[in-house]
Design a protein around this ligand. Structure first.
Ligand code: ZN
Length: 321
């Protein structure tokens, strides 16, 4: 294992700011493939940071006991936005910048933009494949899923099948992705999987373990590791396109009292919960599943305004059970 610093400055308050990675190199040199894991671009998303910890602990053990298992190279960047992680905020403090919206031609010379460029350079120089780990916001909890912009689907779906995620969601391109790491790395012909899992500011052990198993399986599938001992088999995800994703929104403001479970398979008409009006002491709205399918997004934060997203359901393909 080799610790490398790819960006380092002293902040005006005197504290150092460093972006570091842990690298594991091929036992005999000449790596089969080079895979990088990236976490903490958004400082309130901790699932990926926890997953990086699990991966590094596993790879350290493997390197000590079975070094010949390393046929390729693995780089783990567990905390790439330390200022935001320290403040537990999505954005880089003071600048109010989203580190995952800094890439592209129009961006200036701010510290977050410079750190993002150096991180991008480091990833481009040392990766054949990148996994960019995210969690959801404060309101919604997500099953582990890979989100793929349509124009990259042919390259990314075969990789995403081996990640142990519950779902692969292929969606149309949108301008909001153009300054992200995922989009720019994919455009630079470095296949990059964007993972969304859990909820911000929390770590869910079961999700973390599921993703760990999936990522070890991916490294084995890619021929980077000769073994996947210590990780259980990963099941293939459901593949859905945006037309199969049904969003259930609140029709009235109130508190969402949830009856559904994340990962539950529901039938059309099954109860998902109620929106209650605490002022009047009434049930404002009973929420039922509009279609049959997998509940893969669930509102955890109960306060719901009119139009708030409560549940996402993935409708199965005809060939899926
Ligand atoms: Zn994120």
């Amino acid at each position: 294992m080799q610790t490398e610093t790819l960006f380092s400055i002293r902040t005006p308050t005197g504290q150092p700011l460093r972006i570091r990675r842990q690298s594991f190199y091929a036992h005999k040199g000449n790596p089969s493939k080079r895979v990088s894991f990236l976490a903490g671009l958004h400082g309130d998303e901790l699932e990926g940071v926890a997953l990086c910890h699990r991966l590094i602990r596993y790879l350290r053990g493997l390197e000590a006991g079975e070094p010949e298992a390393f046929l390729g190279e693995v780089h783990v960047y567990p905390a790439v936005n330390p200022q935001a992680l320290g403040a537990a905020t999505r954005l880089w403090p003071f600048f109010g910048s989203d580190m995952n919206r800094q890439l592209g031609e129009k961006n200036g010379h701010s510290l977050p933009a410079e750190a993002s460029r150096q991180l991008q350079d480091s990833l481009q120089r040392s990766s054949d494949i990148v996994v960019d780990l995210h969690a959801s916001n404060l309101h919604l909890k997500e099953l582990p899923q890979i989100r793929i912009v349509e124009e990259f689907d042919r390259k990314l779906i075969p990789l995403a099948q081996h990640t142990g995620a519950d779902l692969i969601w292929v969606h149309p391109a949108s301008g909001i992705f153009e300054s992200t790491f995922g989009y720019n790395l994919n455009r630079a012909k470095i296949p990059t999987l964007v993972v969304e899992a859990g909820i911000c500011l929390r770590i869910d052990d079961a999700l973390s373990e599921q993703m760990f198993d999936g990522m070890v399986h991916l490294l084995h599938h890619l021929g980077v590791l000769a073994t996947q001992t210590g990780a259980t088999a990963a099941k293939p995800p459901h593949l859905v396109h945006s037309s199969q994703v049904h969003q259930v929104q609140a029709g009235r403001a109130g508190l969402f009292l949830c009856q559904a479970r994340l990962g539950q398979t529901v039938q059309e008409g099954d109860p998902l919960g109620t929106v209650v009006d605490p002022l009047r002491g009434e049930v404002a709205e009973a929420i039922a599943a509009p279609v049959a399918g997998l509940v893969f997004t669930l509102r955890e934060h109960p306060l719901a305004y009119e139009g708030a997203l409560l549940v996402r359901i993935a409708q199965p393909n005809r060939s899926q059970p």
